[in-house]
Design a protein around this ligand. Structure first.
Ligand code: FAD
Length: 449
């Protein structure tokens, strides 16, 4: 099927959709921007504006020494639309970039409405388009039921998820190796597949008490979750009794200390989260605990007492695709029967997580589509940039093992390759400063290309 070079569609005027629509209009094509508001809202929305921030009014840290601060700086340099709107609507928030959400939405919406290349169509899209017009689907974590069903029908039910169940991820360098050891259960696999964090009976008792009394994030009414038994939050398992975890995610059987040969009372296993080996996932610890509670509870485990969290655990309603298996390198639906050839996805539905990441995804996908319309070679953001890291996450290229389940993620340092042959004695800020300089240098090269 031919591709219309003069016109695109964007479905969803949220963060990714508004960014993508603006970028495509600026590129010079006609954009039809579909948004189901004001006729219909998702259960999290309370306004009829575009680019609605449904919860916090913060875009998190503005400091480039934080991965989310770096990606914001990259977006500014790459001509990001929403990041510029956020600057116009910002309110004082210390290290963070926070906005007056009404003002932010007003700035975004007025620019899009005034753009002669953009036509707003206030309709719910119930089915994917199957024609020659490139369509960016950016309908977010609460994509309307009709469209979600249609997408599931086309890609296969098992490739569209409706919930996240995420375990925390920590910085590998922050594990106290005096209290941890490498071993696989029953000696299976490679010797260093798992990093084990043992606990004595007393330490486990303290961990358990902290866990059952920890603060939990409250679910919204529409998020009343029916957990799958294999995906239960760790605190839910703990509520069934003190021994439950010892037969579940913290079971010590088959794990003996390589030096002492002893078996601990309980063992939390860490598994590599990325190909760089710079981050570990707390296996089986998906959780609804509030973030400070996660830090405090896991600090009860001796090996994790100084753990630095790269991503906190979460469980929430979230519609997302198994992007690595169903999207190609342009974020376009892979098809094998010539149908739905011109469907692209952007935003949280591709498995990025958060306001900032969704707008970054809108920017990346718009740039990829622009090269396709120009019939040029695809030029995704380089791997050393935060934009490139986020892009590679959606490609599944960062998974430690290609067979690992694809789970949504915020932007984290684990998405960027570490600096080669780095002096291990360097402090955290010095290491990050080097990553930032490398990222911004590479971004500059990319923008020039
Ligand atoms: C309850 C909740 C709280 C959250 N809190 C935070 C937070 O505090 N901080 C944070 O960083 N992230 C938060 N997130 C995540 C955040 O919502 C997303 O990261 C971000 O808004 C996703 O951007 P998006 O553009 O992909 O989707 P959205 O911003 O959700 O935009 C999607 C748009 O598509 C429209 N739409 C949906 N279906 C259709 C259809 N069939 N036809 C036409 N239009 C349609 C919707 O009305 C919406 O305007 C939260 C998410 C939820 C659900």
């Amino acid at each position: 099927m031919q591709l219309n070079k003069n016109r695109v569609r964007v479905i969803g005027a949220g963060l990714a959709g508004c960014e993508a629509a603006f970028q495509m209009a600026r590129f010079g094509v006609q954009v039809d921007l579909y948004e189901m508001k004001p006729k219909k809202r998702t259960p999290a929305q309370v306004s009829d504006h575009f680019a609605e921030l449904v919860c916090s009014n913060s875009f998190r840290s503005n400091n480039p020494l934080n991965a989310v601060g770096l990606i914001k700086e990259e977006m500014r340099r790459a001509g990001g639309f929403l990041i510029a709107c956020a600057e116009e609507a910002k309110v004082p928030a210390g290290d963070a970039l926070a906005v007056d959400r009404e003002q932010f939405a007003k700035v975004v919406q007025s620019r899009l409405l005034a753009d002669p290349n953009i036509r707003i169509i206030s309709e719910e899209v119930g089915e994917l388009f199957n024609d020659d017009i490139a369509t960016i689907v950016a309908t977010g974590p609460l994509t309307s039921d009709a469209l979600a069903l249609d997408i599931a029908k086309i890609i296969g039910q098992e490739r569209l998820a409706f919930y996240d169940a995420i375990a925390p991820i920590i910085d590998a360098d922050s594990v106290d190796m005096e209290h941890a050891f490498f071993a696989s259960r029953w000696g299976k696999g490679e010797g260093d597949d798992y990093l084990n964090c043992p606990m004595t009976e007393i330490e486990y008792g303290q961990f358990f008490q902290a866990l059952i009394s920890a603060d939990q994030a409250h679910a919204k009414a529409f998020e009343n979750l029916h957990y799958f038994e294999g995906c239960l939050p760790i605190e839910e398992l703990a509520s069934r009794g003190e021994k439950t975890l010892l037969f579940g995610p913290l079971k010590p059987v088959g794990l003996h200390h390589p030096v002492t040969g002893l078996r601990a009372h309980a063992v939390l296993q860490l598994r590599k989260e990325n190909i760089h080996g710079t981050a570990y996932n707390l296996v089986g610890c998906q959780t609804r605990m509030k973030q400070p509670a996660q830090k405090a509870v896991f600090a009860e485990i001796p090996a994790l007492k100084n753990a630095q969290f790269l991503r906190f655990g979460a469980i929430h309603r979230n519609t997302y695709l198994d992007a690595p298996s169903i999207l190609d390198e342009a974020s376009r639906l892979k098809t094998n029967n010539g149908q739905y050839q011109n469907i692209f996805f952007a935003g949280q539905i591709t498995g990025v997580e958060g306001y900032v990441e969704s707008m970054a995804s809108g920017l990346i996908v718009a740039k990829l589509l622009q090269t396709i319309l120009q019939q040029k070679q695809l030029n995704p953001p380089p791997e050393y940039t935060a934009l490139g890291g986020l892009y590679r996450h959606t490609r599944g290229s960062l998974k430690a093992n290609p067979k690992d389940r694809y789970v949504p993620s915020n932007v984290t340092w684990a998405m960027l390759p570490p600096i080669a042959n780095q002096d291990r004695r360097l402090g955290k800020d010095a290491k990050r400063q080097m990553l930032v300089e490398r990222a911004l240098g590479d971004l500059q090269q990319w923008l020039l290309s």
